[in-house]
Each structure stands twice: as structure tokens, then as C-alpha cells.
Design a protein around this ligand. Structure first.
Ligand SMILES: [Zn+2]
Length: 435
């Protein structure tokens, strides 16, 4: 009955890395119908179960769940390389950086921000990211990001800053309130945040990123950042904490017990000399850990493959060479991100999950030699430590191809060449104003 398989697409021939509980890597066929994966099966079983389905040849490719970049400031894309050799707390002393932020915050900055946001999000998409936790800092950045996520066909969420934590702002994409960081917190804001949290709102905060910020919490509130949040009943799966570098064992236990997710951004944390987050310990305690690229000002890339590599390397430095196997890192970048952002139907290749899928060129030089046998496989290691976003060939989000053969297929028809031209024009205009 070929009719029974109408609307089903079979992705055939790829080496599939499921990132589900079984952590399976094998030559499997993935069947997609509408926005979801409907089956993951042995090739022969899939073709007989879905006669007449559309068949897509994915031979020579590795098929992964979409990567989740859980913490990104996309409007700062325009300022790549603008504040090198400075810690987070040294940014304010860079005159041209402060001037640039002032321009971005003004009405004139709106289209400059749009060029930056679109370029950052397109870069994410082309590199295999299917969901983004956007944290816009400058005025209007989150509204622009909501429009650009929709335009590109990327999954994601944005933030809203409202210190009264009023009723949820309507948005085209999911939204969470933000408590910026320790230096901006007040008792009044924490009380309002607690009220919003209690009525089910989702929140995000930069927490214990630097020793200085931790010290500010102690000086201003008499306790550490995580314990301060606990005092206001603000720890839960709905509170997303960015960085959480400086947290002691008791705080790690609290985060794990309350299911409070953290987003590690190891490249930024190294570059700003913040420190090394206790990711291995959090994972061992059953905590939810996701990965983010933060901002190109301190990364200087949106590439989640580079971020996975960095996470592995820096955790080895803190916990030893066997600390965080590559398979676990792949899960942090996929399932971890999905859990952290509270989107349960993504982050793994399994029947019933969203069809957020990425194809990687298994024949590219960084992936070679690629060996996969029952007794030995270097697939996960090559993906984490050798591949980059440039090896991604195709990206599907919710069953729609958004990248095909390394070309954007944005919902709004955006072309990568035009996006980069616009970014270049915007950056030139911005630097003409501030230098
Ligand atoms: Zn951040």
C-alpha cells in the first residue's frame, strides 16, 4: 500500500549517531513525516515498512541530532574582535566598545543590529545548530532576534528584561525573563522574579561567571550567587544559569537536586580568564548541562563543534584525561541543550522526536580516517575533536530542510552572500561612527 507511506521521507545510508539513551551509532534509516521522526530502523526494515516513501540518499554522511546553542548574544556579531585581551570587567574601559553599544542601543542601531543578528543566526544554522537560546543585551535585540529566527526557520527562544516581571510579553517565539548578573541585582528585583517564577515563568541569569561577580553577591547579599537564588526559591528547571563557573560543591548539589540547568561556554570562559566550570562534577551529580558560544566578542565563533572540542579539552585539564568522553559531550550539545531550554521533543534521533537533523560530510579531511566497527569506533571522537561547522552539509528543522548542500534554504529566502554583505556594510558604518 504505497499510499500508507505518502508524506514519509526516508533518510538512507548515513551513519546515524542517535544521542538517545542507547547512544547508538550505526547505519540506520531515519523516517520523517511532517515535523517529526516516525521511525529509526535497520535499512531493510525501513524500506519494507514505508513502501512508496520519498527516499533521500545520505551515503557518505553522518546524521546527528541538531546541535543546541543554549546561550548566544547574536547582536554582538558586529563587534567580533572589538575587545581582545580584556577580561569581562575590562570591556567597559574600551571606549570604542562602549561607543558602539551606545550606537546599537539608539534608533540608528536597529538595522545594524538586524544585520548582526541575521549573520550570527545564519552562521549558527549553516554550522549545524538547530535551536538557539538568544540573550539580547542591546535595546530591541530580542525582538529582532525573534523575527530573524522565524525568517531563517531556526528554533529558539529570546529574553525580555522587565524588572517588574509583569505578565509574559507576547512573542513570536518562546521568551524568558532575564536577571542580568550579580552587579545588577536588587532585593526588589529578586522578589519580583520569585513571583514570576512561582507563576510558571522561565528565567535566565549570568551566574557566578567570575570571581568578582561571586564576590559582589557575597558583599551585597551576604551569600553566594546560587544560595541567593535558593533563598528566593529561584532554582528549578525553569531557571537557566549561564556559566556557573564559581560554584562550590554544596551549590552543585543544589543545582542537580533542583534540576536547575547551566549553560557552559568554555571558549568565552577561557578567553575572559573567568575560570573552568565544574561540568564533570555537575554531570556526575545528575545536573543538566548545556553548551553555548556566548558572544563572538569573547569566543570568537558561533561554531558548536569548536565549542564541544573546547569543553572536552578544558574539562580534561581540570578533571583528568578520561573526564568527559566524546559521546557525553555530543549529548551535552544536543540533549543537554534541549533539556536546558525546556524543549523535551528535540535533542536525539528517536521515533517521536522532532526532525531536527544535521548531516556531516563523513568524507571531509577532518573526519578522516573514519572507522566504525562493533569493537571500535572513532566517530564520536572525530566529531568532537576534529570536525567543524564547515563539515556540515545539510540541516533539517522540524522536517524542513533549512540548509541543503551547504546553501541556506531560509523560510524568508535569505541568501548567505547577501547576509555577509549586509554585515560588512553595517560594521563599516558602525566603526565610521565610533573610531
Ligand atoms: Zn552571556
Amino acid at each position: 500500500m504505497p499510499e500508507a507511506s505518502a508524506g514519509v521521507t526516508l533518510l538512507e545510508g548515513a551513519l546515524v549517531v542517535t544521542c538517545d539513551d542507547a547512544l547508538r551509532t550505526d547505519y540506520l534509516t531515519v523516517a520523517v513525516a511532517g515535523a517529526a521522526i516516525v521511525a529509526v530502523a535497520e535499512p531493510a526494515a525501513a524500506t519494507s515498512a514505508f513502501p512508496g516513501a520519498e527516499r533521500v540518499d545520505c551515503a557518505g554522511r553522518i546524521l546527528l541530532p541538531g546541535l543546541v546553542n543554549a546561550h548566544l548574544h547574536p547582536e554582538l556579531q558586529i563587534l567580533k574582535g572589538a575587545v581582545e585581551e580584556r577580561s569581562l570587567h575590562g570591556w567597559a574601559e574600551a571606549d570604542h566598545f562602549d561607543g558602539a553599544l551606545a550606537v546599537l542601543d539608539s534608533d540608528e542601531g536597529r538595522e545594524l543590529q538586524r544585520a548582526a543578528v541575521r549573520a550570527a543566526l545564519a552562521d549558527c544554522l549553516l554550522g549545524g545548530t538547530t535551536m538557539v537560546g538568544v540573550y539580547g543585551i542591546t535595546r530591541g535585540a530580542n525582538e529582532i532576534a525573534a523575527e530573524e529566527l522565524t525568517g531563517l526557520g531556526l528554533r529558539g527562544e529570546v529574553t525580555v528584561r522587565d524588572i517588574t516581571f509583569g505578565e509574559s510579553a507576547p512573542a513570536a517565539v518562546p521568551c524568558r525573563y532575564r536577571l542580568h548578573a550579580e552587579e545588577a541585582l536588587t532585593e526588589e528585583e529578586l522578589r519580583a522574579a520569585a513571583g514570576a517564577h512561582a507563576r510558571g515563568e522561565r528565567l535566565v541569569m549570568h551566574a557566578a561567571e567570575t570571581e568578582h561577580r561571586l564576590q559582589l553577591a557575597v558583599e551585597r547579599f551576604g551569600t553566594t550567587t546560587i544560595r541567593l537564588l535558593e533563598r528566593y526559591d529561584l532554582l528549578s528547571p525553569r531557571m537557566l544559569l549561564s556559566h556557573a563557573v564559581h560554584i562550590d560543591e554544596g551549590e552543585r548539589e543544589l543545582l542537580a537536586r533542583t534540576g536547575t540547568p547551566i549553560v557552559s561556554s568554555p571558549t568565552a570562559e577561557l578567553k575572559l580568564a573567568d575560570g573552568v566550570a565544574p561540568v564533570v562534577d555537575l554531570v556526575a551529580r545528575g545536573g543538566v548541562v548545556a553548551l553555548g558560544t556566548d558572544a563572538v566578542v569573547c569566543n570568537n565563533s558561533n561554531d558548536m563543534f569548536l565549542e564541544m572540542r573546547q569543553l572536552g579539552l578544558v574539562q580534561k585539564l581540570r578533571y583528568g584525561a578520561g573526564a568527559l568522553p566524546a559521546e557525553r559531550i555530543l549529548r551535552v550539545a544536543t540533549r543537554g541543550g534541549s533539556r536546558a531550554l525546556g524543549v523535551s521533543g528535540t535533542g536525539a534521533i528517536a521515533a517521536g522526536r522532532a526532525a531536527d537533523l544535521v548531516l556531516v560530510d563523513a568524507g571531509s579531511s577532518p573526519l578522516q580516517p573514519l572507522i566504525h566497527r562493533s569493537e571500535y569506533s572513532n566517530v564520536a571522537a572525530n566529531l568532537v575533536y576534529s570536525a567543524t561547522g564547515a563539515d556540515v552539509t545539510d540541516v533539517m528543522i522540524g522536517g524542513e530542510w533549512r540548509v541543503r548542500e551547504r546553501r541556506l534554504r531560509a523560510r524568508d529566502g535569505s541568501r548567505q552572500e547577501a547576509i555577509l554583505e549586509e554585515l560588512g556594510r553595517a560594521a563599516t558604518h558602525l566603526y565610521d561612527r565610533v573610531l
